[in-house]
Every structure is written in C-alpha cells, then in structure tokens.
Design a protein around this ligand. Structure first.
Ligand SMILES: NC(=O)c1ccc[n+]([C@@H]2O[C@H](COP(=O)([O-])OP(=O)(O)OC[C@H]3O[C@@H](n4cnc5c(N)ncnc54)[C@H](OP(=O)(O)O)[C@@H]3O)[C@@H](O)[C@H]2O)c1
Length: 314
C-alpha cells in the first residue's frame, strides 16, 4: 500500500510517500481502508523528534492519528464491527498511524462515523474533538452556568471546545486574533478577546475554568483569572500547581487517550446539528509536506485534512 512514512526524525523532507507493507490485524483489531486522515500538531512534533522520549516509536513510522474510513477486515474476536462499516477513530499513538491506504487499530478505539459527514469531515473530528471533550468534561468537569475561557478558539481543538462548552450551558469566552472574531462567535463564543491587541487577564472577569491550548506565558497569565474552586486544564504544558494553589484553584495536564464512547457522543452531537466541523484545508495524501508546513504556522482555522480516497471514487 501507499503510505507517508518517516525513516528518521527531521523536517518535512523526512516525510516519504512510498510503498509500505499491508498491516495485518490481530484478533481484537480491525483493518480500515483509510478514506481521509487529519494533520494535528502532534504529527509534526513526533516527526521532528520532540516527543521521542515520551513515545517510543519504531522506524519506519507511519504518522497520523485521525482516521475516517471503511472496515475492510476484522480480527477473530471482533464482534462490534463488520466489513463495510464506515468508522472513525483517534487510534493509539504508539502504533503506526493513518497517513496510508490502510490502518490497523484496536476495535475498542473505533466508533461509527457520523452519518451526516463526508470522510474528509469525519477525519477532522476524533483527535481534536476528543481532546476538547476530555479536557472540558473529564478533567475540568465543566457544568452549566460556569464561565470558561478557551484559548485558540479558532484552532482545531478550540473550535470543538467552544461548541461543546456552549452545548453544556457554559458562558464561553474565547481568544483568537481579530480576523477570527466572527468565526469564533459563530461557533458559540459569548465573549471574544483579540489576544494580539489586548491582555485577556486585564479585560476579563473571573472564570471557573481555563482551557489552555497555548502554554507558557498564556497559561501563566490565565491563572490570575481563577478563584477558589477554579480549574485549569492544559494540553501543552504541566500547570504550575503552586501558583494555582495560591488562588485556591487546581490544574491538570491532559494526555489524550483513545475513547470510543466519547467518539459516539460526539457523533450524536454532530448528527443532530449541535456541532459542526471546521475544515481549514484539504490536501491529497501525497502533498503531506505542504499540509505539515501549514499546520506548523499555528494559524489554521479548524482542521487540516489529508484526502486518501477522492470523494467521487469513495
Ligand atoms: N495533550 C494532548 O493530548 C493534546 C491533544 C491535542 C492537541 N494538543 C496540543 O494543543 C495545541 C493546540 O492544538 P490545535 O490542534 O488546536 O492547534 P492548531 O489548530 O494548529 O491551532 C491553531 C490556532 O491557534 C491560534 N493561536 C495561535 N497562537 C495563539 C495565542 N497566543 N492565543 C490564542 N490563539 C492562538 C490561531 O489563531 P489565530 O490565527 O487567530 O492567531 C489558530 O487558529 C497544540 O500544541 C497541540 O499539540 C495536545
């Protein structure tokens, strides 16, 4: 099969579009014909070797941990899926990924694809959607009526987080650059702060929850907005427990885990029209280098997709 692999850590030139062996499913796995994958910042962080100590990968490695496709083969112990089912997943990041014509995944990490979405749209959901879901409702335990500050509201994770928080009945405040205000408000933000022209901690009242997708100075300045009982969840950097404790608040670092139940809930929200998927751009699999360069700018609006099967032939 065709795949994008790396043989060594490096810049975009390490990405090689080449032939790779067809992966064989184990008893609890399924093999999926990949129709679309998505690019996430973790992909180029792994490609560059930034996470080499955290996640021990074999080489050559197929990148990409978002997938939408069709079940093509099931392991002997798999009962919940059959050949021909349309599915989506954020599979185990320690295994080969989805920048390929086929991927093998544990069936327990997979859910049925949202019926109302194309494969390109569905591939944009799992990693970013689950991150927002687990951060808001797992770590932060956000409930109706609370005030939540979501950083990078126009990004892949932030665009889902705004919609989930709004659906949960929270008062949603989002940061982005000025050109993205209308977009972020259309997703459900009640308040908007242009992080380039304003210091958010100077213009906002206290919040119950901060969702930090930026880290460093942004995370540090966010702590001042929390009070007793406040929660900060970061997906980029371990929060400063001492600084939070001084405000009576707590913090966690989220490391995303595969979650088929979360994917089923998100699919329901999509298919009932509560949540929409924001696509920044679509690249053919063979143009993965351009897709990585785009993601590395940190300026994408929603998700970057890699199309593996063109929709008219799907
Ligand atoms: N721990 C985990 O398991 C986990 C899971 C998922 C993601 N992550 C991490 O979370 C981060 C965000 O991921 P993502 O997929 O959402 O990234 P992304 O889609 O690439 O984010 C791009 C967005 O960031 C915004 N942005 C950049 N700097 C900003 C700032 N200082 N303040 C507010 N917004 C800013 C940009 O908005 P403007 O164009 O308006 O500036 C752009 O819309 C990445 O570092 C990723 O690796 C971690």
């Amino acid at each position: 099969m065709k795949a994008i692999r790396i043989h060594t850590y490096g810049d975009v030139d390490a990405l090689s579009f080449e032939d790779a062996p067809l992966p064989e499913p184990g008893p609890s796995d399924i093999r999926v014909r990949v129709h679309a994958a998505a690019v996430n910042p973790v992909d180029w962080k792994i490609r560059a070797g930034y996470l080499a100590e955290l996640i021990p990968h074999h080489m050559p490695l197929i990148l990409g941990w978002d997938v939408s496709g069709v079940v093509e083969r099931v392991g002997a112990d798999v009962t919940q899926f059959a050949v021909g089912d349309a599915v989506y997943s954020r599979p185990d990041i320690a295994r080969d990924g989805s920048y390929a014509e086929y991927i093998v995944m544990a069936a327990s990490e997979v859910a049925r694809k949202p019926a109302t979405l194309s494969h390109n749209e569905a591939a944009a959901v799992p990693l970013a959607g689950l991150t927002a879901w687990q951060a808001l409702f797992g770590d932060a335990k956000l409930v109706s009526g609370e005030r939540v500050l979501i950083h990078a509201g126009a990004g892949g994770v932030g665009s889902f987080a705004i919609q989930f928080a709004k659906w949960a009945g929270a008062h949603v405040i989002a940061t982005a650059s000025a050109g993205n205000e209308a977009l972020v408000r259309s997703l459900g933000a009640d308040e908007f702060v242009d992080y380039r022209s304003q210091r958010f901690e100077d213009v906002l009242d206290q919040v119950d929850v901060v969702f930090d997708t930026i880290g460093s100075d942004t995370q540090a300045r966010s702590v001042s907005l929390l009070g007793p009982g406040g929660r900060l969840v970061s997906v980029v950097e371990t929060p400063d427990a001492q600084a939070l404790a001084a405000k009576g608040a707590t913090g966690t670092f989220l490391r995303l885990m595969p979650d088929s139940t979360g994917l089923e809930r998100i699919a329901e929200l999509i298919d009932t029209g509560v949540v929409r998927v924001l696509i920044d751009s679509v690249f053919p699999l063979s143009e993965c280098r351009a897709a990585h360069l785009k993601s590395q700018t940190g300026r994408s609006k929603g998700k970057i997709v890699l199309e593996v099967v063109a929709p008219e032939t799907a």
